[in-house]
Write a protein that binds this ligand. Sequence first.
Ligand code: DGT
Ligand code: CA
Ligand code: CA
Ligand code: ZN
Length: 595
Amino acid sequence: MENREVARVLRETAQLLEIDGAPIGRYRSYEKAAELLDNLSDRVEDLVRDPQKLMELPGIGEGLAEHIREILSTGDYALRRKLLQKYPETLLQLLDLQSLGPKKVALLWKTFHAATVEDLVRLAREGKLRDLAGFGEKSEQNILRAAETFQKSAGRFLINAAEETAEALVAHIGKLGKFIGAVEPAGSLRRRKETIGDLDLLLTLAGRRSEKLLEGITEHILAFPGIGQILARGQNKISFQLETGMQVDVRLLEARHRGAALLYFTGSKEHNVTLRGRANQMGFTLNEYALATLEGEKPVAEETEQGIYKKLGLAYIEPELRENTGEIEAAEKGKLPKLIQLDQIRGDLQMHTVASDGKNTIEEMAEAARGLGYEYIALTDHSKAVTVANGLDEKRTLEQIRRIRDAGRNAQGIHLLAGSEVDILKDGRLDLADEVLAQLDLVVCSVHSYMNLDRSEMTERLLAAIENPYTQIVAHPTGRLLLRREAFSFDMEKVLDAARRHGVAMECNAFPDRLDLNDVHLRMAKDRGVKITISTDAHSTKHLRYMKYGVGMARRGWLEREDVLNTLSYAEFLASLRSKPGAERAGRARRRKSA
Ligand code: DGT
Ligand code: CA
Ligand code: CA
Ligand code: ZN
Protein backbone atom coordinates (compact mmCIF):
# COMPACT_ATOMS: atom_id res chain seq x y z
CA MET A 1 0.00 0.00 0.00
CA GLU A 2 1.16 3.52 -0.75
CA ASN A 3 1.46 6.02 2.09
CA ARG A 4 -1.41 8.07 0.76
CA GLU A 5 -3.73 5.06 0.75
CA VAL A 6 -2.94 4.34 4.39
CA ALA A 7 -3.40 8.05 5.11
CA ARG A 8 -6.78 7.98 3.41
CA VAL A 9 -8.05 5.18 5.66
CA LEU A 10 -6.82 7.05 8.73
CA ARG A 11 -8.34 10.32 7.58
CA GLU A 12 -11.70 8.75 6.81
CA THR A 13 -11.70 7.12 10.22
CA ALA A 14 -11.06 10.53 11.77
CA GLN A 15 -13.90 12.08 9.78
CA LEU A 16 -16.32 9.32 10.66
CA LEU A 17 -15.38 9.64 14.33
CA GLU A 18 -16.05 13.36 14.19
CA ILE A 19 -19.40 12.79 12.52
CA ASP A 20 -20.10 10.28 15.26
CA GLY A 21 -19.46 12.97 17.88
CA ALA A 22 -16.23 11.53 19.27
CA PRO A 23 -14.12 13.86 21.43
CA ILE A 24 -11.65 16.00 19.49
CA GLY A 25 -8.56 14.37 21.01
CA ARG A 26 -9.65 11.03 19.62
CA TYR A 27 -10.08 11.96 15.97
CA ARG A 28 -7.29 14.54 15.86
CA SER A 29 -4.68 11.84 16.48
CA TYR A 30 -5.85 9.95 13.38
CA GLU A 31 -5.83 13.14 11.34
CA LYS A 32 -2.33 14.01 12.47
CA ALA A 33 -1.09 10.54 11.63
CA ALA A 34 -2.62 10.87 8.16
CA GLU A 35 -0.90 14.23 7.60
CA LEU A 36 2.38 12.74 8.74
CA LEU A 37 2.15 9.83 6.31
CA ASP A 38 1.22 12.16 3.46
CA ASN A 39 4.42 14.11 3.98
CA LEU A 40 6.70 11.19 4.70
CA SER A 41 9.36 10.43 2.12
CA ASP A 42 9.92 6.85 3.33
CA ARG A 43 7.37 4.21 2.47
CA VAL A 44 5.44 3.26 5.59
CA GLU A 45 5.31 -0.28 4.27
CA ASP A 46 9.11 -0.43 4.63
CA LEU A 47 9.17 1.28 8.02
CA VAL A 48 6.70 -1.13 9.53
CA ARG A 49 9.14 -4.02 9.27
CA ASP A 50 11.04 -2.53 12.17
CA PRO A 51 8.56 -1.86 15.03
CA GLN A 52 10.87 0.73 16.58
CA LYS A 53 11.19 2.80 13.40
CA LEU A 54 7.47 3.48 13.14
CA MET A 55 7.30 4.72 16.72
CA GLU A 56 10.20 7.07 16.18
CA LEU A 57 7.90 9.19 14.00
CA PRO A 58 6.48 12.19 15.86
CA GLY A 59 2.96 11.57 17.17
CA ILE A 60 2.94 7.84 16.49
CA GLY A 61 2.58 5.88 19.73
CA GLU A 62 2.05 2.20 20.37
CA GLY A 63 -1.65 2.42 19.55
CA LEU A 64 -1.35 4.18 16.19
CA ALA A 65 1.58 1.98 15.16
CA GLU A 66 -0.66 -1.02 15.75
CA HIS A 67 -3.50 0.57 13.71
CA ILE A 68 -1.12 1.28 10.82
CA ARG A 69 0.05 -2.32 10.87
CA GLU A 70 -3.57 -3.46 10.75
CA ILE A 71 -4.30 -1.21 7.78
CA LEU A 72 -1.23 -2.47 5.94
CA SER A 73 -2.06 -6.12 6.49
CA THR A 74 -5.84 -6.00 5.92
CA GLY A 75 -6.14 -3.03 3.57
CA ASP A 76 -8.77 -1.51 5.86
CA TYR A 77 -9.35 -0.71 9.50
CA ALA A 78 -11.87 -2.35 11.84
CA LEU A 79 -13.03 0.90 13.45
CA ARG A 80 -13.66 2.47 10.06
CA ARG A 81 -15.70 -0.53 8.97
CA LYS A 82 -17.68 -0.45 12.22
CA LEU A 83 -18.52 3.21 11.75
CA LEU A 84 -19.58 2.51 8.19
CA GLN A 85 -22.23 0.14 9.48
CA LYS A 86 -23.73 3.13 11.23
CA TYR A 87 -23.30 5.70 8.43
CA PRO A 88 -23.47 5.35 4.65
CA GLU A 89 -20.16 5.53 2.83
CA THR A 90 -21.44 8.38 0.63
CA LEU A 91 -21.13 10.73 3.62
CA LEU A 92 -17.41 10.65 2.92
CA GLN A 93 -18.12 12.09 -0.51
CA LEU A 94 -19.96 15.02 1.04
CA LEU A 95 -16.83 15.81 3.02
CA ASP A 96 -14.98 16.42 -0.23
CA LEU A 97 -17.27 19.32 -0.99
CA GLN A 98 -15.85 22.75 -0.43
CA SER A 99 -17.40 24.37 2.65
CA LEU A 100 -18.68 21.18 4.30
CA GLY A 101 -16.89 19.81 7.35
CA PRO A 102 -17.77 16.77 9.47
CA LYS A 103 -19.89 18.81 11.90
CA LYS A 104 -22.16 20.06 9.12
CA VAL A 105 -22.30 16.68 7.43
CA ALA A 106 -23.34 15.14 10.77
CA LEU A 107 -26.09 17.72 11.17
CA LEU A 108 -27.37 17.12 7.63
CA TRP A 109 -27.45 13.42 8.25
CA LYS A 110 -29.27 13.77 11.59
CA THR A 111 -31.81 16.28 10.33
CA PHE A 112 -32.60 15.04 6.82
CA HIS A 113 -30.81 11.72 6.46
CA ALA A 114 -28.98 13.47 3.63
CA ALA A 115 -26.17 11.19 2.48
CA THR A 116 -25.48 11.98 -1.17
CA VAL A 117 -24.58 14.98 -3.28
CA GLU A 118 -27.96 14.61 -5.01
CA ASP A 119 -29.72 14.86 -1.63
CA LEU A 120 -27.85 18.08 -0.93
CA VAL A 121 -28.66 19.64 -4.28
CA ARG A 122 -32.35 18.87 -3.77
CA LEU A 123 -32.42 20.25 -0.22
CA ALA A 124 -30.52 23.37 -1.22
CA ARG A 125 -32.85 24.02 -4.17
CA GLU A 126 -35.85 23.60 -1.88
CA GLY A 127 -34.31 26.17 0.47
CA LYS A 128 -34.23 23.75 3.36
CA LEU A 129 -30.61 24.19 4.41
CA ARG A 130 -30.65 27.88 5.29
CA ASP A 131 -32.51 27.41 8.56
CA LEU A 132 -30.09 24.88 10.04
CA ALA A 133 -27.85 26.10 12.84
CA GLY A 134 -24.60 27.43 11.36
CA PHE A 135 -25.88 27.51 7.77
CA GLY A 136 -27.77 30.50 6.33
CA GLU A 137 -28.77 31.59 2.85
CA LYS A 138 -25.25 32.33 1.65
CA SER A 139 -23.86 28.98 2.75
CA GLU A 140 -26.85 27.26 1.15
CA GLN A 141 -25.84 28.90 -2.14
CA ASN A 142 -22.20 27.90 -1.62
CA ILE A 143 -23.16 24.30 -0.97
CA LEU A 144 -25.31 24.23 -4.08
CA ARG A 145 -22.46 25.56 -6.19
CA ALA A 146 -19.96 23.13 -4.70
CA ALA A 147 -22.35 20.22 -5.25
CA GLU A 148 -22.91 21.19 -8.87
CA THR A 149 -19.17 21.47 -9.48
CA PHE A 150 -18.79 18.03 -7.96
CA GLN A 151 -21.46 16.54 -10.22
CA LYS A 152 -19.99 18.18 -13.28
CA SER A 153 -16.50 16.88 -12.55
CA ALA A 154 -17.53 13.34 -11.62
CA GLY A 155 -15.58 10.93 -13.76
CA ARG A 156 -13.04 13.50 -14.98
CA PHE A 157 -9.33 13.62 -14.12
CA LEU A 158 -6.61 16.22 -13.88
CA ILE A 159 -4.28 16.30 -16.86
CA ASN A 160 -1.21 15.19 -14.92
CA ALA A 161 -3.00 12.09 -13.62
CA ALA A 162 -4.18 11.28 -17.14
CA GLU A 163 -0.77 11.88 -18.64
CA GLU A 164 1.06 9.78 -16.06
CA THR A 165 -1.35 6.91 -16.71
CA ALA A 166 -0.97 7.34 -20.47
CA GLU A 167 2.82 7.26 -20.16
CA ALA A 168 2.70 4.08 -18.09
CA LEU A 169 0.40 2.45 -20.65
CA VAL A 170 2.52 3.56 -23.58
CA ALA A 171 5.59 2.07 -21.87
CA HIS A 172 3.73 -1.16 -21.15
CA ILE A 173 2.39 -1.52 -24.69
CA GLY A 174 5.78 -0.52 -26.06
CA LYS A 175 7.17 -3.78 -24.69
CA LEU A 176 5.48 -5.48 -27.63
CA GLY A 177 8.44 -4.18 -29.60
CA LYS A 178 8.53 -5.14 -33.26
CA PHE A 179 4.85 -6.14 -33.46
CA ILE A 180 3.72 -2.58 -33.26
CA GLY A 181 4.49 0.74 -34.89
CA ALA A 182 3.44 3.63 -32.70
CA VAL A 183 1.41 4.00 -29.51
CA GLU A 184 0.17 7.53 -28.99
CA PRO A 185 -2.45 9.41 -27.02
CA ALA A 186 -5.25 11.16 -28.89
CA GLY A 187 -8.44 12.74 -27.51
CA SER A 188 -8.53 15.55 -24.99
CA LEU A 189 -5.10 14.66 -23.62
CA ARG A 190 -3.49 15.38 -26.97
CA ARG A 191 -5.45 18.63 -27.18
CA ARG A 192 -4.09 19.44 -23.67
CA LYS A 193 -7.49 20.14 -22.19
CA GLU A 194 -7.45 20.93 -18.49
CA THR A 195 -9.36 17.82 -17.46
CA ILE A 196 -9.64 14.48 -19.17
CA GLY A 197 -12.72 12.25 -19.34
CA ASP A 198 -11.18 9.08 -20.70
CA LEU A 199 -7.87 8.17 -22.28
CA ASP A 200 -7.78 7.47 -26.01
CA LEU A 201 -4.70 5.59 -27.19
CA LEU A 202 -3.97 4.70 -30.77
CA LEU A 203 -1.92 1.62 -31.42
CA THR A 204 -0.54 1.33 -34.93
CA LEU A 205 0.31 -2.22 -35.96
CA ALA A 206 3.67 -2.85 -37.60
CA GLY A 207 2.24 -5.12 -40.25
CA ARG A 208 -1.13 -6.36 -41.48
CA ARG A 209 -3.67 -7.38 -38.88
CA SER A 210 -4.14 -11.08 -38.21
CA GLU A 211 -6.28 -12.92 -35.72
CA LYS A 212 -3.28 -14.35 -33.93
CA LEU A 213 -1.41 -11.06 -33.73
CA LEU A 214 -4.43 -9.20 -32.36
CA GLU A 215 -5.02 -11.94 -29.79
CA GLY A 216 -1.43 -11.67 -28.52
CA ILE A 217 -1.52 -7.87 -28.38
CA THR A 218 -4.84 -7.87 -26.56
CA GLU A 219 -3.59 -10.37 -23.97
CA HIS A 220 -0.54 -8.24 -23.33
CA ILE A 221 -2.47 -4.97 -23.00
CA LEU A 222 -4.98 -6.49 -20.61
CA ALA A 223 -2.12 -7.65 -18.37
CA PHE A 224 -1.47 -3.99 -17.48
CA PRO A 225 -1.47 -3.81 -13.69
CA GLY A 226 -4.39 -1.95 -12.15
CA ILE A 227 -7.12 -2.88 -14.63
CA GLY A 228 -10.39 -3.10 -12.72
CA GLN A 229 -12.91 -4.03 -15.36
CA ILE A 230 -12.79 -4.91 -19.03
CA LEU A 231 -15.51 -3.07 -20.95
CA ALA A 232 -14.92 -4.10 -24.55
CA ARG A 233 -12.57 -6.45 -26.30
CA GLY A 234 -12.84 -6.36 -30.08
CA GLN A 235 -10.84 -6.38 -33.28
CA ASN A 236 -10.60 -2.60 -33.45
CA LYS A 237 -10.94 -1.47 -29.89
CA ILE A 238 -10.16 -2.55 -26.36
CA SER A 239 -11.75 -0.62 -23.49
CA PHE A 240 -11.19 -1.02 -19.81
CA GLN A 241 -11.54 0.82 -16.56
CA LEU A 242 -8.59 1.15 -14.22
CA GLU A 243 -8.96 0.79 -10.47
CA THR A 244 -8.52 4.56 -10.22
CA GLY A 245 -11.80 4.88 -12.13
CA MET A 246 -10.11 6.13 -15.29
CA GLN A 247 -11.45 4.61 -18.50
CA VAL A 248 -9.12 3.78 -21.38
CA ASP A 249 -9.96 3.16 -25.05
CA VAL A 250 -7.17 1.57 -27.08
CA ARG A 251 -7.74 1.51 -30.82
CA LEU A 252 -5.88 -0.92 -33.04
CA LEU A 253 -5.17 0.24 -36.56
CA GLU A 254 -3.01 -0.41 -39.57
CA ALA A 255 -0.21 1.99 -40.35
CA ARG A 256 -1.79 3.34 -43.51
CA HIS A 257 -4.79 4.71 -41.55
CA ARG A 258 -2.72 6.40 -38.89
CA GLY A 259 -3.18 10.01 -39.98
CA ALA A 260 -6.92 9.74 -40.47
CA ALA A 261 -7.33 7.91 -37.17
CA LEU A 262 -5.23 10.44 -35.26
CA LEU A 263 -7.26 13.25 -36.74
CA TYR A 264 -10.56 11.58 -35.96
CA PHE A 265 -9.80 10.46 -32.43
CA THR A 266 -8.02 13.63 -31.40
CA GLY A 267 -11.15 15.64 -32.01
CA SER A 268 -12.60 17.78 -30.83
CA LYS A 269 -15.90 16.54 -32.09
CA GLU A 270 -16.77 20.11 -33.12
CA HIS A 271 -13.54 20.45 -35.08
CA ASN A 272 -14.19 17.11 -36.79
CA VAL A 273 -17.73 18.06 -37.73
CA THR A 274 -16.61 21.29 -39.40
CA LEU A 275 -13.74 19.52 -41.13
CA ARG A 276 -16.06 16.82 -42.45
CA GLY A 277 -18.43 19.46 -43.77
CA ARG A 278 -15.57 21.11 -45.59
CA ALA A 279 -14.46 17.77 -47.02
CA ASN A 280 -17.97 17.09 -48.32
CA GLN A 281 -18.16 20.47 -50.01
CA MET A 282 -14.90 19.68 -51.75
CA GLY A 283 -16.23 16.34 -52.98
CA PHE A 284 -14.57 14.14 -50.37
CA THR A 285 -15.59 12.00 -47.42
CA LEU A 286 -13.58 12.08 -44.21
CA ASN A 287 -13.71 9.34 -41.62
CA GLU A 288 -11.35 7.54 -39.23
CA TYR A 289 -9.81 5.59 -42.12
CA ALA A 290 -9.17 8.15 -44.81
CA LEU A 291 -9.99 11.27 -46.72
CA ALA A 292 -11.49 9.78 -49.88
CA THR A 293 -13.33 10.82 -53.00
CA LEU A 294 -17.13 10.77 -52.73
CA GLU A 295 -17.45 8.53 -55.76
CA GLY A 296 -15.50 5.34 -55.69
CA GLU A 297 -14.27 6.11 -52.18
CA LYS A 298 -10.73 6.23 -53.43
CA PRO A 299 -8.43 7.45 -50.62
CA VAL A 300 -6.63 10.69 -51.37
CA ALA A 301 -4.92 11.07 -48.00
CA GLU A 302 -4.78 8.81 -44.98
CA GLU A 303 -1.28 8.30 -43.65
CA THR A 304 -0.58 11.70 -42.11
CA GLU A 305 -2.64 14.48 -40.61
CA GLN A 306 -0.53 16.99 -42.53
CA GLY A 307 -1.49 15.33 -45.80
CA ILE A 308 -5.19 15.44 -44.99
CA TYR A 309 -5.16 19.10 -43.96
CA LYS A 310 -3.22 19.91 -47.09
CA LYS A 311 -5.72 18.20 -49.38
CA LEU A 312 -8.44 20.19 -47.64
CA GLY A 313 -6.61 23.40 -48.47
CA LEU A 314 -5.52 24.01 -44.90
CA ALA A 315 -2.26 24.57 -43.07
CA TYR A 316 -1.52 21.99 -40.38
CA ILE A 317 -3.56 22.73 -37.26
CA GLU A 318 -1.91 21.89 -33.93
CA PRO A 319 -4.06 19.64 -31.69
CA GLU A 320 -4.41 22.33 -29.00
CA LEU A 321 -6.25 24.55 -31.47
CA ARG A 322 -8.78 21.98 -32.63
CA GLU A 323 -11.83 23.32 -30.83
CA ASN A 324 -13.65 24.91 -33.76
CA THR A 325 -13.07 28.41 -32.48
CA GLY A 326 -11.75 29.94 -35.68
CA GLU A 327 -8.74 27.71 -36.32
CA ILE A 328 -10.09 26.35 -39.59
CA GLU A 329 -10.61 29.82 -41.09
CA ALA A 330 -7.17 30.85 -39.85
CA ALA A 331 -5.61 27.73 -41.41
CA GLU A 332 -7.31 28.53 -44.69
CA LYS A 333 -5.93 32.06 -44.73
CA GLY A 334 -2.47 31.05 -43.49
CA LYS A 335 -3.11 33.06 -40.33
CA LEU A 336 -2.54 30.41 -37.67
CA PRO A 337 -0.44 31.53 -34.71
CA LYS A 338 3.07 30.20 -34.32
CA LEU A 339 2.37 28.59 -30.96
CA ILE A 340 4.68 28.94 -28.00
CA GLN A 341 6.79 25.87 -27.15
CA LEU A 342 8.09 24.48 -23.89
CA ASP A 343 11.73 24.88 -24.92
CA GLN A 344 11.20 28.63 -25.36
CA ILE A 345 10.58 29.08 -21.63
CA ARG A 346 13.64 30.60 -19.95
CA GLY A 347 12.47 31.11 -16.40
CA ASP A 348 9.84 30.17 -13.83
CA LEU A 349 8.31 33.06 -11.92
CA GLN A 350 6.30 31.54 -9.11
CA MET A 351 7.50 28.96 -6.59
CA HIS A 352 7.58 28.34 -2.87
CA THR A 353 10.30 27.22 -0.49
CA VAL A 354 10.50 25.91 3.06
CA ALA A 355 10.14 29.53 4.19
CA SER A 356 6.36 29.19 3.64
CA ASP A 357 4.66 25.99 2.48
CA GLY A 358 7.21 24.60 0.01
CA LYS A 359 9.20 21.43 0.59
CA ASN A 360 12.62 22.52 -0.69
CA THR A 361 15.16 25.24 0.05
CA ILE A 362 16.08 28.17 -2.16
CA GLU A 363 19.26 26.37 -3.20
CA GLU A 364 17.44 23.15 -4.06
CA MET A 365 14.87 24.98 -6.18
CA ALA A 366 17.63 26.90 -7.95
CA GLU A 367 19.62 23.77 -8.65
CA ALA A 368 16.58 21.93 -10.02
CA ALA A 369 15.64 24.92 -12.20
CA ARG A 370 19.17 25.11 -13.55
CA GLY A 371 18.88 21.42 -14.39
CA LEU A 372 15.86 22.28 -16.53
CA GLY A 373 17.99 24.78 -18.41
CA TYR A 374 16.39 27.96 -17.05
CA GLU A 375 18.24 31.27 -16.98
CA TYR A 376 16.29 32.76 -14.09
CA ILE A 377 13.66 31.98 -11.49
CA ALA A 378 11.71 33.98 -8.94
CA LEU A 379 11.26 32.60 -5.43
CA THR A 380 7.87 33.77 -4.27
CA ASP A 381 6.84 32.57 -0.84
CA HIS A 382 3.45 33.51 0.59
CA SER A 383 2.87 36.66 2.59
CA LYS A 384 1.55 36.79 6.12
CA ALA A 385 -2.22 36.73 5.48
CA VAL A 386 -1.95 33.15 4.31
CA THR A 387 -1.42 31.81 7.81
CA VAL A 388 -2.19 28.20 6.83
CA ALA A 389 0.82 28.33 4.52
CA ASN A 390 3.07 29.94 7.14
CA GLY A 391 3.15 33.18 5.12
CA LEU A 392 5.98 35.65 5.71
CA ASP A 393 5.48 38.99 7.44
CA GLU A 394 7.61 42.05 6.65
CA LYS A 395 10.50 41.01 8.85
CA ARG A 396 10.65 37.47 7.50
CA THR A 397 10.25 38.74 3.92
CA LEU A 398 13.30 40.98 4.37
CA GLU A 399 15.26 38.02 5.73
CA GLN A 400 14.11 35.90 2.81
CA ILE A 401 15.18 38.61 0.33
CA ARG A 402 18.62 38.55 1.94
CA ARG A 403 18.79 34.78 1.74
CA ILE A 404 17.78 34.76 -1.91
CA ARG A 405 20.38 37.42 -2.73
CA ASP A 406 23.05 35.38 -0.91
CA ALA A 407 22.02 32.22 -2.71
CA GLY A 408 21.97 34.17 -5.98
CA ARG A 409 25.56 35.29 -5.50
CA ASN A 410 26.63 31.68 -5.06
CA ALA A 411 24.43 30.16 -7.76
CA GLN A 412 26.19 29.39 -11.00
CA GLY A 413 24.46 29.95 -14.30
CA ILE A 414 21.08 31.03 -12.99
CA HIS A 415 19.68 34.35 -11.77
CA LEU A 416 17.53 34.30 -8.65
CA LEU A 417 14.86 36.95 -8.26
CA ALA A 418 13.75 37.78 -4.74
CA GLY A 419 9.99 37.70 -5.06
CA SER A 420 6.87 37.25 -3.02
CA GLU A 421 3.39 35.96 -3.71
CA VAL A 422 1.71 38.83 -1.95
CA ASP A 423 -1.85 38.34 -0.82
CA ILE A 424 -4.51 40.65 -2.19
CA LEU A 425 -6.53 41.50 0.90
CA LYS A 426 -10.31 41.69 0.95
CA ASP A 427 -10.30 45.41 0.12
CA GLY A 428 -7.67 45.12 -2.62
CA ARG A 429 -4.75 46.34 -0.54
CA LEU A 430 -1.55 44.29 -0.63
CA ASP A 431 -0.46 42.27 2.36
CA LEU A 432 3.07 43.76 2.73
CA ALA A 433 4.21 47.29 3.56
CA ASP A 434 5.38 49.46 0.64
CA GLU A 435 8.95 49.66 2.02
CA VAL A 436 9.19 45.89 1.72
CA LEU A 437 7.45 45.71 -1.65
CA ALA A 438 10.02 48.23 -2.88
CA GLN A 439 12.86 45.88 -1.98
CA LEU A 440 11.48 42.91 -3.88
CA ASP A 441 12.68 42.06 -7.40
CA LEU A 442 9.27 40.66 -8.30
CA VAL A 443 5.85 41.28 -6.81
CA VAL A 444 3.36 38.58 -7.73
CA CYS A 445 -0.10 39.19 -6.25
CA SER A 446 -3.00 36.84 -5.72
CA VAL A 447 -6.24 36.19 -3.92
CA HIS A 448 -6.45 33.38 -1.35
CA SER A 449 -9.33 34.51 0.87
CA TYR A 450 -12.88 35.90 0.72
CA MET A 451 -13.48 34.22 -2.61
CA ASN A 452 -17.24 34.53 -2.33
CA LEU A 453 -17.41 38.28 -2.73
CA ASP A 454 -20.00 39.36 -5.23
CA ARG A 455 -18.97 40.14 -8.78
CA SER A 456 -18.61 43.91 -8.49
CA GLU A 457 -16.75 43.74 -5.17
CA MET A 458 -14.31 41.17 -6.56
CA THR A 459 -13.78 43.27 -9.68
CA GLU A 460 -13.02 46.35 -7.55
CA ARG A 461 -10.67 44.31 -5.40
CA LEU A 462 -8.65 43.11 -8.40
CA LEU A 463 -8.65 46.55 -10.00
CA ALA A 464 -7.30 48.04 -6.78
CA ALA A 465 -4.53 45.46 -6.73
CA ILE A 466 -3.63 46.17 -10.35
CA GLU A 467 -3.62 49.91 -9.75
CA ASN A 468 -1.16 49.44 -6.90
CA PRO A 469 2.16 50.58 -8.40
CA TYR A 470 4.02 47.66 -6.85
CA THR A 471 1.98 44.92 -8.51
CA GLN A 472 3.76 43.31 -11.46
CA ILE A 473 1.97 40.02 -12.00
CA VAL A 474 -1.46 38.78 -10.92
CA ALA A 475 -1.20 35.07 -10.21
CA HIS A 476 -3.93 32.43 -10.73
CA PRO A 477 -6.36 35.28 -11.38
CA THR A 478 -9.66 33.37 -11.20
CA GLY A 479 -8.86 31.16 -8.20
CA ARG A 480 -10.40 28.06 -9.70
CA LEU A 481 -9.36 24.64 -8.43
CA LEU A 482 -10.15 22.09 -11.10
CA LEU A 483 -12.73 19.47 -10.11
CA ARG A 484 -13.09 21.23 -6.75
CA ARG A 485 -13.84 24.91 -6.89
CA GLU A 486 -15.28 27.22 -9.53
CA ALA A 487 -13.54 30.41 -10.56
CA PHE A 488 -14.69 33.36 -8.53
CA SER A 489 -16.79 35.81 -10.37
CA PHE A 490 -15.53 39.17 -11.61
CA ASP A 491 -15.48 41.27 -14.76
CA MET A 492 -12.59 39.73 -16.67
CA GLU A 493 -12.67 42.30 -19.49
CA LYS A 494 -12.40 45.21 -17.10
CA VAL A 495 -9.57 43.55 -15.22
CA LEU A 496 -7.65 42.71 -18.39
CA ASP A 497 -8.08 46.25 -19.70
CA ALA A 498 -6.69 47.61 -16.44
CA ALA A 499 -3.79 45.16 -16.57
CA ARG A 500 -2.99 46.37 -20.06
CA ARG A 501 -3.16 50.04 -19.02
CA HIS A 502 -0.88 49.54 -16.03
CA GLY A 503 1.53 47.12 -17.65
CA VAL A 504 0.66 44.33 -15.21
CA ALA A 505 1.14 40.80 -16.52
CA MET A 506 -1.37 38.01 -15.95
CA GLU A 507 -0.23 34.56 -14.94
CA CYS A 508 -1.09 31.29 -16.57
CA ASN A 509 -0.56 29.08 -13.54
CA ALA A 510 0.80 25.72 -14.72
CA PHE A 511 -0.06 23.73 -11.61
CA PRO A 512 -2.36 20.99 -12.94
CA ASP A 513 -5.23 21.68 -10.60
CA ARG A 514 -5.25 25.38 -11.43
CA LEU A 515 -4.34 26.06 -15.09
CA ASP A 516 -5.48 29.62 -14.48
CA LEU A 517 -5.90 31.75 -16.63
CA ASN A 518 -7.56 29.23 -18.90
CA ASP A 519 -7.49 29.06 -22.72
CA VAL A 520 -10.44 31.40 -23.28
CA HIS A 521 -9.13 34.05 -20.90
CA LEU A 522 -5.62 33.81 -22.32
CA ARG A 523 -6.93 34.48 -25.77
CA MET A 524 -8.90 37.46 -24.48
CA ALA A 525 -5.72 38.73 -22.81
CA LYS A 526 -3.67 38.31 -25.97
CA ASP A 527 -6.28 40.13 -28.05
CA ARG A 528 -6.04 43.04 -25.61
CA GLY A 529 -2.25 43.10 -25.64
CA VAL A 530 -1.90 41.92 -22.03
CA LYS A 531 1.38 40.13 -21.35
CA ILE A 532 1.33 36.66 -19.85
CA THR A 533 3.72 34.78 -17.58
CA ILE A 534 3.61 31.00 -17.32
CA SER A 535 4.71 29.74 -13.91
CA THR A 536 4.48 26.46 -12.07
CA ASP A 537 3.66 27.62 -8.53
CA ALA A 538 5.95 24.73 -7.55
CA HIS A 539 5.86 23.67 -3.92
CA SER A 540 8.71 21.20 -4.46
CA THR A 541 11.45 20.64 -7.02
CA LYS A 542 9.45 18.00 -8.82
CA HIS A 543 6.60 20.44 -9.49
CA LEU A 544 8.91 22.51 -11.68
CA ARG A 545 8.16 19.97 -14.39
CA TYR A 546 4.53 21.09 -14.50
CA MET A 547 5.58 23.92 -16.82
CA LYS A 548 4.46 21.79 -19.79
CA TYR A 549 0.83 21.91 -18.63
CA GLY A 550 0.92 25.70 -18.48
CA VAL A 551 2.46 25.82 -21.95
CA GLY A 552 -0.29 23.45 -23.16
CA MET A 553 -2.95 25.83 -21.84
CA ALA A 554 -1.13 28.80 -23.37
CA ARG A 555 -1.10 27.03 -26.75
CA ARG A 556 -4.85 26.40 -26.40
CA GLY A 557 -5.10 30.15 -25.84
CA TRP A 558 -3.33 30.79 -29.19
CA LEU A 559 -0.32 32.34 -27.44
CA GLU A 560 2.95 32.88 -29.26
CA ARG A 561 6.42 33.43 -27.92
CA GLU A 562 6.02 37.23 -27.98
CA ASP A 563 2.98 37.08 -25.71
CA VAL A 564 4.83 35.42 -22.86
CA LEU A 565 7.32 37.36 -20.74
CA ASN A 566 9.30 34.40 -19.47
CA THR A 567 10.42 33.46 -22.96
CA LEU A 568 12.64 36.56 -22.83
CA SER A 569 16.28 36.62 -21.84
CA TYR A 570 16.94 37.77 -18.28
CA ALA A 571 17.80 41.33 -19.27
CA GLU A 572 14.86 41.63 -21.66
CA PHE A 573 12.54 40.17 -19.09
CA LEU A 574 13.54 42.71 -16.44
CA ALA A 575 13.14 45.50 -18.96
CA SER A 576 9.64 44.31 -19.91
CA LEU A 577 8.31 44.07 -16.39
CA ARG A 578 6.26 46.95 -15.10
CA SER A 579 8.76 49.15 -13.34
CA LYS A 580 7.68 49.70 -9.79
CA PRO A 581 8.73 52.23 -7.16
CA GLY A 582 12.04 51.04 -5.76
CA ALA A 583 13.14 49.53 -9.04
CA GLU A 584 15.97 52.04 -9.30
CA ARG A 585 17.58 50.76 -6.13
CA ALA A 586 17.11 47.11 -7.02
CA GLY A 587 18.52 47.80 -10.50
CA ARG A 588 21.63 49.34 -9.00
CA ALA A 589 22.09 46.34 -6.74
CA ARG A 590 21.85 43.99 -9.66
CA ARG A 591 24.29 45.98 -11.75
CA ARG A 592 26.73 45.87 -8.86
CA LYS A 593 26.33 42.13 -8.77
CA SER A 594 27.01 41.56 -12.43
CA ALA A 595 29.92 44.06 -12.44
P1 DGT B 1 -12.97 13.63 -22.93
O1 DGT B 1 -12.63 12.19 -23.06
O2 DGT B 1 -14.34 13.88 -22.43
O3 DGT B 1 -11.96 14.39 -22.14
O4 DGT B 1 -12.94 14.29 -24.40
P2 DGT B 1 -12.44 13.69 -25.78
O5 DGT B 1 -12.35 14.82 -26.71
O6 DGT B 1 -11.23 12.84 -25.57
O7 DGT B 1 -13.68 12.85 -26.26
P3 DGT B 1 -13.93 11.30 -26.47
O8 DGT B 1 -13.04 10.44 -25.66
O9 DGT B 1 -15.39 11.08 -26.31
O10 DGT B 1 -13.62 11.08 -28.00
C1 DGT B 1 -12.31 11.20 -28.50
C2 DGT B 1 -12.37 11.80 -29.85
O11 DGT B 1 -12.98 10.92 -30.77
C3 DGT B 1 -13.21 13.07 -29.90
O12 DGT B 1 -12.48 14.20 -29.52
C4 DGT B 1 -13.65 13.09 -31.31
C5 DGT B 1 -13.77 11.65 -31.68
N1 DGT B 1 -15.17 11.22 -31.61
C6 DGT B 1 -15.72 10.42 -30.69
N2 DGT B 1 -17.00 10.22 -30.95
C7 DGT B 1 -17.29 10.94 -32.04
C8 DGT B 1 -18.46 11.16 -32.83
O13 DGT B 1 -19.53 10.64 -32.54
N3 DGT B 1 -18.34 11.97 -33.91
C9 DGT B 1 -17.16 12.55 -34.22
N4 DGT B 1 -17.10 13.35 -35.28
N5 DGT B 1 -16.07 12.38 -33.54
C10 DGT B 1 -16.12 11.57 -32.46
CA1 CA C 1 -11.16 10.99 -24.28
CA1 CA D 1 -12.85 7.91 -25.59
ZN1 ZN E 1 -1.18 31.16 -4.66
